[in-house]
Every structure is written in C-alpha cells, then in structure tokens.
Design a protein around this ligand. Structure first.
Ligand code: SAM
Length: 278
C-alpha cells in the first residue's frame, strides 16, 4: 500500500507563485539545467570507512548503496526468478520476446506480474488481464501503472495551449488505431472482470513540468518534462501522421509543444493510475 505521505498521492497541487510567463526563456537550456541539478543531487554520495552512502533526499538512509550492498540484496532474493517480456528484442538479456496479447504459454505460474507504460501498445487489455489472471498463482499479485491522456488541469491554464491540443490529437490518433491511451481509468473494473480481488487503485498527478510549489512535485515534474521532451517525436510521429498530419506539420506542432512544456504558467499534469502492491 502506498504511504500516506507519498508525494504522488494528492488532490490539489499548489503552483509556485509566479507573475511572469517564462515561456519565452530558452526552454532547452532551462530544462537541461534543472535536469542536471536533479541528476547531480541524485548522484551525490559520501564515503565512510570504505563504504559509500547516498546523500540524496534527506540523506538519512543509513545503509550503504555501493556494489557490496547491491550484491547482498541480490543474494537476499536469490530465490526470485525474474522474467521480462517485450514484443521487440530491445530490452536487456533477461527479457524474452513475446506478444502478451497472445495466450501465455509459461512453464510456471507467476506470483507477481508488473505492467507499466503500455498504453498505445495493447489493442485489448482484457485479453492481457485474463491471461495474467490465469497465469498468476492463487494469492499472487498484479500491479499496473499508466498515464491517461489528454493533459489534465485543475484550472484553465491549459486552455488553448499547443500541449493540450497535441495530447487531444494523440487520443484521437490512438483511438483510430484501436489502442487507447485513455484506458488506464478502466484498469480497476477490467481487473475485477478478469477475476482479481482486493484491488486498490491510486490516482496520482504527475506535473508536466516544475510548476508546482511543493519541491517533491517540482522534481517529479522536471523528470516528466525531461522524459516527454526526449520521447515526444518518437511517440507522436507514427500516430499523428496516421491521423493525416504531414511530417512537417508534426514537426511544427512539436516545436510549439516543446515551448509549452517549459512554460510553468501552464499547470498541466498527467493523470496516472496505479494498483500498487499491498
Ligand atoms: C512505452 S514502452 C514501455 C516499456 C516498459 N514497460 C517500461 O515501463 O519502460 C512499450 C513497450 O511495449 C512493447 N509492446 C508493445 N506491444 C506489445 C505486446 N503485445 N506484447 C509485449 N510487448 C509489447 C513495445 O515493444 C515497447 O517496448
């Protein structure tokens, strides 16, 4: 079960006090510098008595975080067998290539199945959840995490923005392909229909950039902005040209979306659904 003080569990996100629209700033430099400061803070460490400790966050995590400790943790769970699955041979060597929408033919049942960021991938999530249910041993668990498009907001700051328009076009394009990107809000009912019980669903808000006042959300938003900025062309080109936009039109739209992505006067967030482990 997620902790109550989980930074991602909230109903209202307060924006940072801001009078100035900084959409005109050099968003690339802006994004790089905030990402760099996050990366460097994560990488900070101290060495004591020959062991390495992280100083990221409160710096209060008292166990070492070096290779020796990683070996100890791996040994502690050496009974665990982990199998990754992907349709394409693009993942690490412990992944197998498989289509999860086809009947699952594994030798042993799983005690835990984890599915993340698969919107726009599966045509029929019910098939996947039914197969998961058949292939999880009694008492086992499933965790599913994904975003919902279009961009959400609790005020009108996303109105008439390119990023909202882009995210709505993405919904239309994914629907046309029959691979919904709004499906995550139905996970709970689909899991129940597949036979799962005691389902706990948590809805999280992931800010589109560093607009929130709360420092933890600001960091979350910086990461989400960085990830979308890096991946936006890949996730958009096929879908949007499939909707009839030309490659040039997509490039122009994405240039404007990138500007919005760095604009902290736009208080958009991604609605995210999770069925966490108890
Ligand atoms: C957005 S990526 C997410 C990857 C990973 N789950 C993660 O969280 O980083 C979606 C992946 O799903 C894979 N995929 C798409 N359809 C699939 C299917 N029917 N069965 C298995 N993998 C599939 C794609 O090859 C792609 O690598």
């Amino acid at each position: 079960m997620a902790e109550l003080d989980d930074p991602a569990v909230t109903t209202y996100l307060e924006p940072e006090d801001q009078q100035v629209d900084d959409s005109g700033v050099d968003e690339a430099a802006d994004d790089v510098s905030s990402t760099q400061s996050i990366s460097s803070s994560i990488l900070r460490y101290r060495v004591e008595n020959g062991r390495t400790y992280t100083t990221y966050g409160s710096g209060e995590y008292s166990l070492p975080t070096d290779e020796e400790e990683q070996d100890r943790l791996t040994d502690e769970h050496e009974e665990a067998e982990v199998l990754g699955l992907d349709l394409s041979p693009i993942q690490p060597s412990w992944f197998e290539v498989d289509d999860l929408e086809k009947p699952w033919m594994f030798k042993h049942p799983f005690d835990f199945v984890f599915i993340r960021s698969m919107i726009a991938s599966f045509k029929d999530w019910r098939v996947v959840f039914n197969e998961a249910f058949k292939n999880i041993e009694p008492g086992g668990y499933i965790e599913v995490q994904d975003n919902v498009y279009p961009l959400a907001s609790d005020n009108d700051t996303t109105k008439s923005t390119n990023i909202l328009r882009w995210s709505e076009l993405m919904v239309e394009a994914a629907d046309k392909l029959g691979r919904s990107i709004t499906v995550a809000r139905d996970f709970e009912s689909m899991l129940a229909d597949a036979g799962f019980v005691d389902i706990v669903e948590i809805r999280k808000k992931i800010p589109m950039n560093r607009w929130p006042k709360d420092l933890r959300y600001k960091e979350l938003g910086t990461w989400s902005c960085h990830m979308l900025r890096n991946g936006i062309e890949g996730i958009s080109m096929g879908l949007l040209t499939g909707l009839g936009l030309s490659v040039e039109e997509v490039h122009v739209l994405l240039a404007n979306v990138r500007k919005d992505l760095s604009d902290t006067t736009i208080h958009g967030y991604w609605d995210t659904y999770d069925t966490p482990l108890p």
